[in-house]
Design a binder for this molecule. Structure first.
Ligand SMILES: NC(=O)c1ccc[n+]([C@@H]2O[C@H](COP(=O)([O-])OP(=O)(O)OC[C@H]3O[C@@H](n4cnc5c(N)ncnc54)[C@H](O)[C@@H]3O)[C@@H](O)[C@H]2O)c1
Length: 289
């Protein structure tokens, strides 16, 4: 009786919401194992260091938190390490891993090389790179300015080149590394009003596939994630009517969460995907098949 009470007192609702009921002794006996132990051994990224760009908020932040939960040390970048980014740093640190936020414009080639060298000196290795920083500057082609085109291509695509250029020599020396480019379903399928953004996201897919071919023999894998409609600050500007229309087109009938993307990114970052490279995984509730 007293044992049973102690197990019921354990609260796994934060980390394993669906497993909470399995903590009951009777259910554990039926299963033949203790679900708590599953969580303990699922440190999928233990001992790895991850760089995630643009991770002070949104999808990048969700990845940083999930990777930290899985045991990875986290070096994240964003334009400024302001109060919000410092709070992100604290939330990541709560998982007991090493973490540091670096102020950097991912679009700047020189700055990226300086930051990557600093991260290597601070952390000792670079095992995972997520090129996540991204912006939109939407408009129809007829009205699109050169500045709109250049800004989106530079921040979204050139930034991925910058970080891959700086990190792959380090990963090649280690003979291991997993690179994840945050693309988009519009990079696969296109989207009216987003020719700059779609082109940048299609470019990230070509970049990942080419790196997969170039660097596979050095133990480096490169894949792309193509999120669909994910609810973050980037999509929050859309009206409720537009959001409802999007959701009607999604077989799973909801917008995605940053955590939905983080789950797939964890798989690609971990050794569970050690024979997966050059792939694009759409995480879009089935919106585009
Ligand atoms: N939200 C979606 O529905 C969706 C869908 C598909 C793809 N994506 C992609 O996922 C990634 C993250 O999107 P999000 O929704 O979390 O966006 P977000 O705007 O919430 O976060 C983007 C982060 O990148 C940072 N950033 C912007 N420019 C930068 C630069 N030059 N250098 C460093 N950091 C910079 C921002 O400060 C911000 O913290 C983006 O690449 C985006 O294109 C998002």
């Amino acid at each position: 009786m007293s044992n049973e009470r102690r197990d019921d007192d354990l609260d796994f609702s934060n980390i394993l919401p669906n497993f909470a009921s399995l903590q009951k002794e009777e259910n554990k006996r039926q299963l033949g194992f203790d679900p708590k132990k599953i969580y303990i051994v699922m440190k999928l990224l233990e001992g790895k260091t991850a760089i995630i760009t643009g991770a002070a908020r949104g999808i990048g932040k969700a990845l940083a938190l999930k990777f930290a939960q899985e045991g990875a040390n986290i070096a994240f970048t964003d334009l400024n390490i302001d109060e919000n980014a410092q709070n992100t740093e604290k939330e990541i640190a709560a998982f007991g891993v090493k973490v540091k936020g670096y102020a950097s414009n991912a679009a700047n080639f020189e700055e990226t090389h300086t930051i990557v060298n600093q991260i290597l000196a601070d952390f000792g290795s670079i095992d995972i790179l997520v090129n996540n920083a991204g912006i939109t500057k939407d408009g129809l082609m007829m009205r699109m300015t050169e500045a709109q085109w250049d800004a989106v291509l530079t921040v979204n695509l050139k930034s991925a080149f910058n970080f891959i250029h700086a990190c792959t020599p380090i990963m090649a020396k280690q003979r291991k590394g997993s690179i994840i480019n945050m693309s988009s379903v519009v990079g696969v399928h296109g989207n009216a009003g987003q020719c700059n953004y779609s082109a940048s996201k299609a470019g990230m897919i070509g970049l990942a596939k080419s790196i997969a071919q170039e660097m596979g023999s050095r133990g480096i894998r490169a894949n792309a994630i193509a999120p669909g409609f994910i609810i973050t600050a980037m999509t929050d500007q859309l009206s409720d009517a537009v959001k409802e229309e999007w959701c009607k087109k999604i077989p799973l009938r909801r917008g995605g969460t940053p955590e939905d993307i983080a789950e797939v990114a964890t798989f690609l970052a971990s050794d569970m995907s050690q024979y997966v490279t050059g792939q694009v995984i759409q995480v879009d509730g089935g919106m585009n098949m």
